[in-house]
Design a protein around this ligand. Sequence first.
Ligand SMILES: Cc1cc2nc3c(=O)[nH]c(=O)nc-3n(C[C@H](O)[C@H](O)[C@H](O)COP(=O)(O)OP(=O)(O)OC[C@H]3O[C@@H](n4cnc5c(N)ncnc54)[C@H](O)[C@@H]3O)c2cc1C
Length: 317
Amino acid sequence: MNILVVLEHSGNGLRRSSYEALTAARILGGTVTGVIIGGTEAQIASAGAYGLTSCLNITSAGLESFANGRAAAAIAEAARKVGATYVLLSATSTGKDLAPRLAVRLEAGLLADCVELNADGSAVRPVYAGKALVTVRSTTSTTVLTLRPNVFTARLAETATTPTIENFSPSVADIRSSVVTNIVRNEGTVDVAEADIVVSGGRGLKGPEHFTLVENLAKALGAAVGASRAVVDAGWRPHREQVGQTGKTVSPSMYVACGISGAVQHLAGMSSSRIIVAVNKDKEAPIFKVADYGIVGDVFDVLPKLTEKIAGVTGKH
Ligand SMILES: Cc1cc2nc3c(=O)[nH]c(=O)nc-3n(C[C@H](O)[C@H](O)[C@H](O)COP(=O)(O)OP(=O)(O)OC[C@H]3O[C@@H](n4cnc5c(N)ncnc54)[C@H](O)[C@@H]3O)c2cc1C
């Protein structure tokens, strides 16, 4: 059985979620091949520690800038080349964009946003905004799976290898698609979907100027800043920080919700976090139903004290 894992680069290595996908691929127990678009030797080599032995490096013309339609066409060709039974992607924004396109091209079943993967190819995924979990299995000969970031732990393989790299240039010139022409990077900020710790703020902060309380706590914890939709809609915070059904899905090791009520649409994006801490002045707030640790109190009192204590331990001010 052949498994193709779609890898995304980040600096000199890969995105953490790609190492997670490589680790998850080992559950299925077949031959794993990676595929990357315009990867460097160093980026591909970094995956050797996670068991990758061979990788197709897509070098097709027209993919110098990311173009979803063309990228999906090229990856579908890679899947055909290796005879992939499974194509694994991380459910990042890129993975979510590519997966359905790949499924159509490969006439494959799509199991999206999986939080568990079993050796028989079945997978568990949340439905109804996280209210229930279903076990699903695809009945097609090829299956495309996306894996929720931060849920599968990236584990080093028993023996590290140096993956062989094959440059692969399928022709994708004629595909009509949108092309990314400019990328504005938010240097220095951790993507909320990939952060190990997230501190989010809601309407309880009363105004954008008070988000420094959330930012300071995040800094002390080395965390990313998240937000509820209410504050994003109000223009207090950018949409990239929104957590929830119409924002990002996060599964950090710790999620701290400050002045957030815990509406079902917010919970849909964060309830799979390993530890949930809530600060809310209303002891009946629904967020406390999912919280492992709850502080009933005013964010204006609690957050500065918490930040001071934590910064005293971590040394991050
Ligand atoms: C289709 C749809 C999609 C949606 N998608 C999303 C989504 O992706 N993400 C999302 O977050 N929401 C989403 N929503 C909106 C969601 O229903 C809620 O309206 C939103 O999450 C509320 O945000 P909030 O908790 O910040 O505000 P509120 O619900 O107003 O809660 C504020 C909380 O702060 C507490 N508070 C007030 N003052 C203080 C204080 N001084 N100290 C401590 N606590 C205090 C209050 O007790 C309250 O619990 C969606 C809604 C719909 C209909």
